[in-house]
Design a protein around this ligand. Structure first.
Ligand code: FE
Length: 336
C-alpha cells in the first residue's frame, strides 16, 4: 500500500515536467508577419506556440462560440476598435501586468488592463508630389475645403481604419461636428471608395486623385516591395503628417490580449513579455513597417525616412467606444 502511495506521489510530482509547455494564439496578423517571432520565442523559452490565423471578425466570433472551452490563450488583432469589441464581448481577461503597463504609454493600453498595443501605425495623408504642395495641407478637418473637390481617394466605410479615424474625430470634436465633416469629406472624393490602402496610393500615383488617407505601413510595404511598379508608385507620392499644430496625427495599433478561457496564462504572459522586449519590438516593427510601442527599441530605415511626428494621444479605447456612432455618421454621409 505504502509503495503504491509513494508511486502515485512521484507520478503526480513529475507530471508537470512531462506536460508539454505550450501557448495557443489566435491572430488576425498575417502568418508571415508574426510566425518568425513566435518561432524565436519557442526557441528561447521551450514553449510551443500553436498559431491560428484568420480575420479579426472570424476570430472574435469563434472565441464567443467556444466560450470557456476555447483553446485560445492569446488574441492578436490589428486595430484598437476590435480589441475593444473583444473586451465588451467578454472573451478577454484583465491580465496585463503592472510591469507591462509601465513599459508603454497609457493611451496605448486598455485602462482596465484587458489589452495593450504591440505596435502603432499612423493614418496619414499622402499626396502627389507633382500636383500638391505640402503647404496646401494641414489637418484632416481641412480636407473638406472646396479646393479638394473630387481630388481625394480613400477606401470604403466598412473598413475599420476609417471607422476608427471617424471615431477619433467624434472623441475630439463631438458628433455634430463630425457628421458635418464627414459629409463634406465625401463630397471631395474623387471616386466611389474601392480597394485597400495600397490601391489608394496607386491611384494617387496614377493621377486618379491627388491625395489619399492611408496607413503608413502600407506605404512601407510598397517601398520595400519586390514589385518594381509598387516601388515606382511610391516615388511619385510623399507623406504629410496631419494635425501637427494641434492634437497630432491619428494613430491605431496592433495589439494583444489574454483570453478569458486561457489555460496557459503563465505562458501567455511570457509571450507578451517577449513581444515587448527591445529586440522583438524592433523586428516586429521593422517587418511590419510599424512603430514600436517600447521607445527604447530602434526604428527601421523606412520609418526614419518619414521623419518624426506628433501622434494623437487619445485613449484608444475611445475608438471602440465611438465605433457604432462613426459607422452611423459615415452611412448617413453616403460614404460607401
Ligand atoms: Fe491593415
Amino acid at each position: 500500500m505504502k509503495k503504491i502511495l509513494l508511486c502515485s506521489i512521484i507520478f503526480v510530482l513529475s507530471f508537470p515536467l512531462l506536460a508539454k509547455e505550450e501557448v495557443n494564439v489566435y491572430s488576425a496578423r498575417k502568418e508571415q508577419l508574426i510566425k518568425p517571432l513566435l518561432n524565436e520565442f519557442s526557441r528561447t523559452s521551450g514553449i510551443k506556440v500553436n498559431l491560428i490565423t484568420s480575420s479579426e471578425d472570424a476570430l472574435l466570433k469563434r472565441l464567443q462560440l467556444e466560450g470557456k472551452n476555447s483553446p485560445a490563450d492569446i488574441l492578436i488583432t490589428t486595430d484598437a476598435g476590435r480589441l475593444y469589441r473583444a473586451k465588451v464581448s467578454k472573451v478577454l481577461q484583465p491580465a496585463i501586468t503592472i510591469k507591462m503597463q509601465n513599459m508603454i504609454a497609457k493611451h496605448l493600453q486598455d485602462p482596465e488592463h484587458y489589452w495593450l498595443a504591440l505596435t502603432t501605425r499612423a493614418r496619414v495623408i499622402v499626396y502627389a508630389k507633382d500636383r500638391v504642395k505640402p503647404s496646401e495641407l494641414s489637418t484632416y478637418e481641412a480636407l473638406t475645403d472646396k479646393k479638394w473637390r473630387k481630388r481625394i481617394c480613400v477606401r470604403s466605410s466598412n473598413n475599420i481604419y476609417n471607422q476608427s479615424l471617424v471615431a477619433s474625430m467624434i472623441a475630439h470634436k463631438g458628433k455634430k461636428f463630425t457628421a458635418k465633416w464627414t459629409k463634406s469629406l465625401v463630397k471631395n472624393f474623387a471616386r466611389k471608395p474601392k480597394g485597400g490602402d495600397r490601391d489608394q496610393i496607386k491611384a494617387v500615383a496614377a493621377g486618379q486623385c491627388d491625395v489619399a488617407i492611408v496607413n503608413t505601413y502600407y506605404l512601407g510595404q510598397m517601398i520595400n516591395s519586390s514589385d518594381s511598379s509598387q516601388v515606382n508608385a511610391t516615388k511619385k507620392i510623399a507623406v504629410f503628417w496631419p494635425n501637427q499644430q494641434d492634437r497630432g496625427t491619428h494613430i491605431n495599433v496592433s495589439g494583444i490580449a489574454i483570453t478569458k478561457a486561457a489555460k496557459n496564462k503563465k505562458n501567455a504572459l511570457k509571450l507578451i513579455n517577449f513581444l515587448l522586449s527591445d529586440d522583438a519590438q524592433f523586428w516586429y516593427a521593422q517587418v511590419n513597417n510599424e512603430y514600436p510601442v517600447v521607445t527604447t527599441a530602434g526604428l527601421s530605415e523606412t520609418l526614419k525616412s518619414w521623419g518624426k511626428f506628433k501622434a494623437d494621444t487619445l485613449d484608444l479605447d475611445k475608438l471602440g467606444l465611438f465605433n457604432s456612432d462613426a459607422v452611423k455618421i459615415m452611412d448617413k454621409a453616403g460614404w460607401r
